[in-house]
Design a protein around this ligand. Sequence first.
Ligand SMILES: [Zn+2]
Length: 120
Amino acid sequence: MATELKCLECGDKLIGRADKKFCSDQCRNAFNNRNNSDANNLVRNVNNTLRKNRRILVELNPKDKTKVSRDKLLSKGFSFTYFTNIYETKTGSIYHFCYEMGYLELDNDEVLIVKRERDL
Ligand SMILES: [Zn+2]
């Protein structure tokens, strides 16, 4: 039973080799260009979110450490979903870092913001 293959870009029926994916070079190029730019956009958006998170942490914590409310971070557009790494202390506290700026979620919807002076 032969399955009918279609061009991944335009959907036209493909004639020829079974491993063909595109009807033409134009379609292959258009498809690859679009997918690359989607990937690049994703990387750019994630990088922007991480930089914004870092900027917010720096702004709220100009010195070593500060305690702020979770709402304060959210109101500035902070995203708790994005961070660069996690550090767990010996006592089990989990810090999330955005580059050198980190935070620890405390009770009562408070957040402790810290600055990393050296590699942990
Ligand atoms: Zn095509």
